[in-house]
Design a protein around this ligand. Sequence first.
Ligand SMILES: Nc1ncnc2c1ncn2[C@@H]1O[C@H](COP(=O)(O)OP(=O)(O)O)[C@@H](O)[C@H]1O
Ligand SMILES: [Mg+2]
Length: 362
Amino acid sequence: MTKKVRTFFSTSNQLAFRHKLGHKIKAIKERLAVIRDDRQFHLEERHEESRVVARREDSHSYVPEEEVIGRDEDKMAIMKFLMDEKIEENVAVISIVGTGGLGKTTLAQLVYNDETVQKNFDLRMWVCVSNDFTVRLLVEKILKFATDKDLKNMEMDQLQKDLRKEINVKRYLLVLDDVWNENDGLWLSLKILLSNCAKGSRIVVTTRSTRVGEIMSTVEPYILEGLDKDKSWSLFEKVAFKHGHEASNSNIAEIGKQIVKKCGGIPLVIRTIGRMLYFKNSETEWLSFLEEFSRVPQNDILPTLKLSYDNLPSHLKQCFASCQLFPKDYEINVEMLINVWMALGFVKQSDSTKSLVDTGTS
Ligand SMILES: Nc1ncnc2c1ncn2[C@@H]1O[C@H](COP(=O)(O)OP(=O)(O)O)[C@@H](O)[C@H]1O
Ligand SMILES: [Mg+2]
């Protein structure tokens, strides 16, 4: 394969190369576009700043259950609250609290999609809150989810009437995902609008802020813990090794276990590191990664992951971004990936004695 690519790039074969590769690039670009739309995380380039930024998309309610590792007990605990018939209030609220990437949204998705939960509620609604916590915006989002109506230009008064009518006599489940706003006044106004419903209604809030958790919950906030050692390893194995080659080299497995220990049980960190190591095949590479990683203090891991990405030269960011285009468990052939990078013009020749393929590999 390497030989083939070198021949392609030889000066004598530029024309044939352009012609053949033209088709290939088109096919690859189409494929990437399809894959890109299938990703939960998008890395997109902002042209005005000519830099790539990591952005987390708005959440949605779906998660394939088999992708989730070790959250059975947490799921049961939240479900127990959702089904608890002893709760007197019409609508009771629980918040799932924990740092970013811990799996709060994932846990809420698991619960939301559970069959028993589905049967228990007349209406289920999923709203990604993030930064836009104004009562109007939230009412709009909730109503849009429940009715799918066009709400543009509607007066607030009409919106609140419609919302109350929609949930009136219904037992609903509402997930407010990723709440940041600590203004309890806003929350109270929203809660008034959401209280006109059947007994047994529930709101699940996910948040990084303990303060939000305290303001919004009517029961003790649910503090989500990281994955334990074994579960962290299972997730890492799934992401870092090619299927069927799970840690076949016992030294690599040992290094991997030390790396995972540093991930603090945070699935987002385990997944990101696992995906980075997927491309490293030799023990030396794993060892040097472990050394570098060990220097990062525990609390700095998430910012560092982002930072190391931010600090890459622009063309390498694009290489990294194109890796993110592949689905989570897609087996990426490194040579194929380098071809993609070359084809898209990402691989720059910094050293004229090196071939593009060698530059891409390094
Ligand atoms: N228990 C788990 N098993 C496998 N992957 C998980 C698990 N929990 C979270 N993830 C993955 O980790 C990433 C972050 O999870 P997410 O639920 O969005 O975290 P949070 O909402 O706490 O920021 C997602 O890619 C998600 O699919
Ligand atoms: Mg989340």
